[in-house]
Design a protein. Sequence first.
Length: 356
Amino acid sequence: MKPIFVIGAVVTLGIAALVVSQKVRTTASHVTAGKTVGIPSAAGAAPGSPTTVARRLFSYDKTNPPPLLTLAQAEAFVEQHQRKPEALLAAYQASLDESFLREALEKHPQDPRVALAAAVNGGPDPKHVRQAPSNRTSLDTFKRSAPDNALADYLSARDHFRMGQASLAVKECLAADAKSMQDYSLDKAQNTEAAYRSAGYSEAESKAISETTLLMPHIAPLRELARDLTTAATTHRQRGDEASAQKLLRTAMSIGSRLDAPGALTLLQSIVGVAVQLDVLQSLDPAATLPDSGVTVQAQIGHLRQRREAIQAASRQFHALLEVMSDEDTIAYFERLKKLGEEAAMLWVITNHPTQ
């Protein structure tokens, strides 16, 4: 099974994200691990190739994907960092060579970042990475290694639903409601950036590649979980148990709002978060009043659609501005992205580069 990149999750979920940085994330799954492809730097680019990092981001596609580190480059980075778990995960992210992920699972199984990678890539046996969409043993390990992380409960709940254990799934979701959620994506992006810099890539290129090829395979299961909860709520309502139905719907809405939280690292999270909330609301009577806000279901659907349209409009504007962004602009953009999230960083670019 090919690794699921950020845009890959969007495609799987049937959501159109009009963001070039999201578009780039679909491409690396079409290349072979351990093989450098694409344009590593402006100095090494072929005649006629884009000369700035932003323009190269615009030029990446399935036939010209972002570059991967060679096995030797990734190995040098891991060795330089004493084969720590974060270095092994970054090497896997940057090279797609599964030997680094297997080594992380062998040597650091209790590290929550590694446990999450095992949970979403399929298995406690490091010789069979990604053999299955999820694995009970690795999910339980993730829960033990990160007891205060709602993501562990959510992924576990999704697996219970998948196995037909709805009561266990609901219990996990209710436990998650009181916890914060952490997916370690920023940590992974920063370490991957360091891996590219160690291989001689420029600061702008390292930031751009590490962010735009960020692996986030946990996003799709979260939307699937929200759908499971919505379906279960419908069943409870049909049985006359409105209280249980409302509880499940609130949990599903919570998943969506957590993903579309202010400062979300990627637009993928925001877009999926909006889609999750729309899915829930569209299962309700449009004229009904939402208990927490006092607005009607239809009004909230309208608000979320406007939110989605605003994201798409900003994405189109940002896409158009890549042609005029210098490498210094690109560095500043990705620094803001890490601190404030992708949406805020895009709006900063739009504000500071008004169209002519």
